[in-house]
Design a protein around this ligand. Sequence first.
Ligand SMILES: [Zn+2]
Length: 250
Amino acid sequence: MAKLPLSPIRAGGKPTRASEHRLEIDGLSFEVHRSDRRKTMQITVERSGELSIVAPSKVASEQLVDFVEKKLLWIHTKIEEKSRLQQRAPSKLFVEGEGFLYLGKSYRLRLVDNQLVDLTLKNGRFCLRKNSIHRGREIFVAWYTRLAQPWFETQVLEHANRMGVVVKEVKVQDLGFRWGSFSAGGRFSFHWKAILLPPRIAQYVVVHELAHAHHSDHSARFWNRVEQHLPDWQWRKAWLAENGIQVEGL
Ligand SMILES: [Zn+2]
């Protein structure tokens, strides 16, 4: 994904300005994506506070501005909401029955006395050894990272083939507020948290990063590239913006 800002964009009464791919209104900056497939306009507030609009190709700039201005209260409310959620303290307690996500499904935690390894996922339950609870977070992060590595490698190679991208390296690590990153020479990184997402959402993250191998920005050409390989990318992106925050609480 793009290098997202750490704090939400603040309002500031700046003049309204429309350019081809960016729209500045009320001190807010929107990334605009136009598509022939779109029938309606839609605004998305990312978890970082980044803003984007998808709109039908034919919509005039004035109409777009009008649409955004009518939604300003909603947008500011959303930005504040995301900012609050981001500051929330880690919420996992590592107690019996607590749910933990893995590829979009929640599995309940069982605390067990005897087990060779700290953590396993078997029979639809995460089993954590009781005397390892104090290292619970560290153990889960290591488990997610280990499982995420082959999953993302497979996905990257599969999609890279179709998208004509050469892959040098796939890494799984803590990327802060980013789900994924791409650097020149075919090096891809994914946040270990991305393995908590439903597979179709994690696939969007993969295709998004692969598309950056062709276009480093978020221009219309970039989104067209994403669309070629994932025609339904828009709901996946919106889902991630709306629900991705829920995988934060570990
Ligand atoms: Zn990006």
